[in-house]
Design a protein around this ligand. Sequence first.
Ligand SMILES: [Zn+2]
Length: 308
Amino acid sequence: MSFKPRIESDEIKILRSLNLRMKLASKEKQRYHNLVKGYEGEVMFDALTEKLQCPSYILNDLLLETNNGKCQLDSTVIFQEKINLFEVKNYEGDFYFEGNRFYALPKKEYKNPLLQLQRSESLLRQLLEALGYRIPIESYVVFINPQFTCYQAPLNAPIIYPNQLNRFMSKLNMLSSNLTNRHMKLAEKLASLHLIELPYNRLPPYKYDQLRKGLLCKICYSFLLYVKGCKVICKKCGCEELVDSAVLRGVQEIKLLFPDLKITTILVQEWCSVVDSKKTIRRILKQNYSVEGKKEFSFISLHDQGLF
Ligand SMILES: [Zn+2]
C-alpha cells in the first residue's frame, strides 16, 4: 500500500519551464535532464512496489533529517519484521566500480550509489532508534534501466540489476507480513517528518521579463496552442483542455516561478496570451482566487490562505 505518493519535484517543474522559456546553460540543461531521468526511474520502480501483494507500507521519496544531516530515501517499504530501503538509479550504458569509486565508461566519475545507500541506511537507523523502533533495515541499490550494464561490482554488494528485479519482487511477495498499528504509526511518523525543501537556491538566476510568455500544452509542453470555444487545443499533440483549467495551470506556473509576484489580471493575461479576453481571465481568477487588498486586480490564492 502506497502511504506516501511520489510527485514531480518543484525543481523539475521550474527547470522545465525555464528550459522552454529561456536559454539555459548546458550545465543547467544537463541537471534538468538528469533530474527527469532519475524521476522516471523512480516512477518505474514505484510501479513494481505498487503491485506488491504482501502487506506493507510504501513511502516514496522521503527527505529526512537527523542530527547528522539530511537523507533522501527514494523508496522505503515497511514490512512486519524489516524495512527495505531502495536507492533507485536510472543509469543507462556501461558502468564499473573501482575501489570505492563508480564510473561510466570510458571514465566519467559518478557518486558511488553504494556509499550513498550506506549513509542513508545509517541515518535512517539513527532516526528509528530515536523514535523507539528497533526494526532491521535491509537496503539495496536498484539499477532500473534495462540498458544498464555494470562491470566489476563487488560480488556481495547489495545491488539489484534490471534482470533480477522481477525475481526480487516475487521473493518480497512471498514474505509473510502482518502489520500492526505500530507499523502504521511508524509510516505516519516518517511521512510527517518529510521535509519540503524549496528549490530556489539551486536554480539559475532568472527574471520575469527575460522569459518567453505563453501557455504551454499540459501534455507535450509546446507553445502551439489555440482557443476554440471553451477549450485550448494543442496543434502539436492535439490534446484539449478547458480554458479555465489551462489558465489556472498558467497561474500555478507563475506562482511557482515567482512566488513573490502579485497575481493580477494583466499579468495572467500576458502569460496566457492565447486567451485574449481580459474578461475571461478576470472571471477565472475571481472564481478561483480571493481578492486581496484594495487594488482591483490583485488576487491571492485561496490555497495560500488554507481555505482549500
Ligand atoms: Zn501538446
